[in-house]
Design a protein around this ligand. Structure first.
Ligand code: SF4
Length: 302
């Protein structure tokens, strides 16, 4: 019976294609294949708590086409099912069980892999329900990151069944024109609409204030000048001083470059001096193209 079950029942919906390990051995990236032959990537990385965070993908490719993102170059193929999302975490649990020398366990999940999670709203919500039902990973240990899909962000405000997970909104510029150039999904009144949504979010969920972060990828001479910092400070004041997370840029196959170290520090200090809560994301796994903005399935990686 065991043999028959093993042969006919799929225990996990994702098949390992290849696993990459960073030199520092703190980040792993897996290319996995779905039952219908689509390849996606998922990442396992050490976190500040000394445990592991899994970065899950929510779609095969992405339709948002952010100009600085490797996944954005792939186009969109399809949404992942809730099983395929959950199985990325199960995949890494199986991996860790085999690698006995690794003692740490998975403590956090971030929806920051391939795809726009809120464009796959129902399947992402179901995967969150499954995580809470079948793992010990709590609500504040899961972050859903969005490009800022406002219809869906508004839906969250009215959806009693959406769990109080952390939200990370990709702002990347508080200057409307710059943001539109970087992110084709943006539009003329986006910043006004986002400010209005944020006010409603805090009105409804004041207790979740610390659960909202605005992400800001640092691109040299594009969004890291003094005037961009001023615009960001003004926007942060306007929306009630949310936390800003500055992200070093990792994708090398694009026209953009990472901020020069001096520019990065000056930008961060300008924000801090203005009393903004600012954090800086640690780059991990860039040597295996597992860092933020680097996830893309290419034939050459297989
Ligand atoms: S940054 Fe996110 S939303 Fe934008 S193209 Fe990449 S995966 Fe899609």
């Amino acid at each position: 019976m065991r043999e028959m079950l093993e042969k006919h029942l799929l225990w996990i919906s994702l098949r390992e294609v290849r696993i990459f390990e960073s030199i520092k051995k703190d980040t792993f990236k897996a290319v996995v294949e779905t039952e219908d032959g689509k390849c996606i990537e998922t990442v396992l990385m050490k976190n500040a708590r000394g445990q592991f965070t899994v970065c899950v993908s929510s779609q095969v490719g992405c339709a948002m086409a952010c100009t600085f993102c490797a996944t954005g170059t792939m186009g969109f193929t399809r949404n992942l099912t809730s099983d395929e999302i959950v199985d990325q975490v199960r995949f890494w649990n199986i991996f860790l069980a085999k690698r006995k020398e690794i003692k740490e366990r998975i403590s956090n999940i971030v929806f920051m892999g391939m795809g726009e999670p809120l464009a796959n709203y129902e399947n992402v919500k179901e995967s969150l329900r499954l995580f809470f039902a079948y793992t010990d990973i709590g609500i504040t240990r899961i972050t859903v990151s969005t490009v800022g899909l406002l219809p869906m962000l508004r839906k969250i405000l009215d959806d009693e069944t959406w769990p109080a997970v952390r939200l990370a909104v990709s702002l990347h510029s508080a200057d409307g024109d710059t943001r539109r150039r970087m992110m084709p999904s943006s539009y003329a009144s986006f910043l006004d609409d986002l400010a209005e949504w944020t006010a409603r979010y805090f009105q409804k969920f004041e207790s979740r204030r610390r659960h909202l972060t605005f992400e800001y990828v640092m691109l040299s001479k594009i969004n890291d000048t003094e005037s961009h910092a001023e615009a960001l400070i003004a926007f942060a004041y306007r929306v009630g001083n949310v936390r800003i997370n500055l992200i070093p840029y990792n994708f090398t196959g694009s026209v953009y470059r990472d901020s020069l170290p001096g520019d990065f520090m000056r930008f961060q200090k300008q924000l801090e001096d203005a009393g903004i809560t600012v954090t800086r994301r640690k780059t991990m796994g860039d040597d295996i193209s597992a860092a933020c903005g680097q996830l893309v399935v290419e034939k050459t990686t297989l």
